[in-house]
Write a protein that binds this ligand. Structure first.
Ligand code: ADP
Ligand code: ADP
Length: 223
């Protein structure tokens, strides 16, 4: 039932003789169906924590179990598989591939897993249509608005039915209307059982989720 079980994470960046402790014994649990915001000011260690929870970086010390798997004992290949199969990532800058159409961008994680092209296309179209982009399948990112690009990115994140959606400042590049739309999509996904962690410095975003966890000076506060 526990998707994320991270215990006493420490992250120290070394720069020559200097040391910067960015995470100081951070523990966080996320259960299936949770909808959590990790809220902290710029420089508080949010991206560092996101990278560790997303298996993109490893802590200096601590333990991390993702969906029951000991992440810190996994090989680089196993980590890549975990990222691809267990996590859907959503970023502030959307991170879509500019030369690919909306449909192709959403197909990519499925093709990477070895799904046949036609099956992947079918699923990609389904997700894009659910998110209101049924008439934008063949558009490239620069032919779409920011809000539309973020919906393509959300479709890409959910298309493989990952255990966890991890969103880093997902509304940071959006106007207030698109930002509200994106939050409504996250709420609907959560109502349908998706487990979602949003990392943000925006209190208005954080207030829309079920639970806020505060990150300040590398430490976690629940209230
Ligand atoms: P946030 O996402 O909350 O802004 P970050 O995790 O990006 O916080 O950064 C936290 C602190 O760690 C900052 O002081 C930043 O300068 C420092 N930092 C981040 N990444 C590195 C790195 N690779 N090497 C050294 N210092 C870093
Ligand atoms: P099922 O829930 O049986 O998988 P649905 O057609 O209800 O089938 O949903 C298919 C997928 O689309 C699911 O991943 C669901 O989370 C997502 N989904 C459906 N409707 C919406 C919606 N209005 N907003 C966001 N996601 C949706």
């Amino acid at each position: 039932n526990c998707v994320i079980d991270a215990r006493q994470l420490v992250k120290i960046y070394r720069n020559g003789a200097e040391q910067l402790k960015v995470l100081d014994n951070v523990s966080i649990k996320v259960n299936k169906g949770d909808f959590i915001a990790i809220l902290g000011p710029s420089g508080s260690g949010k991206s560092t924590l996101m990278n560790i929870l997303g298996c993109l970086d490893t802590p200096t010390a601590g333990q991390y179990y993702l969906d029951g798997v000991d992440v810190l004992k996994a090989s680089d290949n196993e980590l890549a598989d975990m990222r691809n199969q267990k996590i859907g990532f959503i970023f502030q800058k959307f991170n879509l591939l500019p030369r690919l159409t909306a449909e192709q961008n959403v197909m990519l994680p499925l093709l990477y897993r070895g799904m046949a092209e036609e099956a992947a296309r079918q699923l990609a179209r389904e997700k894009l249509t659910i998110l209101g982009l049924g008439d934008r399948l063949q558009h490239r990112p620069n032919e779409l608005s920011g809000g539309q690009q973020q919906r393509v990115a959300i479709a890409r994140a959910i298309v493989g039915s990952p255990q966890l959606l991890l969103a880093d400042e997902p509304t940071g590049n959006l106007d207030s209307k698109s930002s509200g739309d994106a939050m409504e999509i996250f709420k609907e996904l959560n109502r349908r059982g998706n487990t979602i962690v949003i990392i943000t410095h925006d209190i208005e975003v954080a207030e829309q989720v079920k639970k806020i966890v505060y990150l300040r000076d590398g430490k976690i506060y629940e209230n």
